[in-house]
Unconditional design. Structure first.
Length: 176
């Protein structure tokens, strides 16, 4: 079934001139709960698909094109650098209604050995280095976050009244 879907996508790209590498938006957003933040810092954003996800072709880390959309999925929004994802050449964007799913590229699919369904079971992992901004719903303790290893990324918060993003810490401020 996976082979059939892969070949169908390839056929559609050839027929309608869709390019293989569409590229990522400059920024994508992923919402999480605050208790998941240490895990993301240590191992990255991981998405392990269920059998139903694989069957429905919903593999990859779900992201939104707007931080306000991502805010619906948790009280912390991670801003992911699309340029980083593009440069590593390890990820592919799969557009959806809110943004895109970020899926790890299956480099073996074009090697002649075919598509291995086991690759899908491994899931997708976006490293912490790809995160350029952590946006909180409330005002966080900046010093405590820096001590816990988050000082290398920008730290922001949504304003309570308008929902705008207010930058609280930029990593380049430390270098001066």
């Amino acid at each position: 079934m996976k082979k059939l879907l892969t070949e169908w996508r390839k056929f559609l790209r050839e027929q309608y001139g869709e390019s293989e590498d569409k590229g990522f938006p400059s920024k994508v957003y992923h919402g999480i709960s605050i208790d998941q933040l240490p895990s993301v810092r240590d191992v990255g954003i991981i998405n392990l698909p269920t059998d139903q996800d694989i069957e429905d072709d919903r593999m990859g880390v779900p992201t939104c094109s707007s931080p306000h959309d991502a805010r619906q999925y948790g009280n912390v929004v991670l801003e992911i650098d699309g340029g980083y994802l593009q440069e590593t050449q390890q990820f592919e964007p799969y557009p959806n209604s809110k943004g895109c799913r970020v899926k790890m590229r299956d480099s073996a699919s074009t090697s002649g050995s075919g598509v291995d369904p086991m690759v899908d079971r491994l899931g997708s992992k976006i490293p912490f280095e790809a995160i350029s901004n952590i946006i909180f719903t409330g005002t966080p303790n900046i010093e405590q976050l820096k001590e816990k290893g988050y000082g290398t990324v920008e730290i922001s918060s949504f304003t309570a009244d308008t929902g705008e993003i207010n930058s609280l810490h930029k990593p380049q401020e430390e270098e001066v």
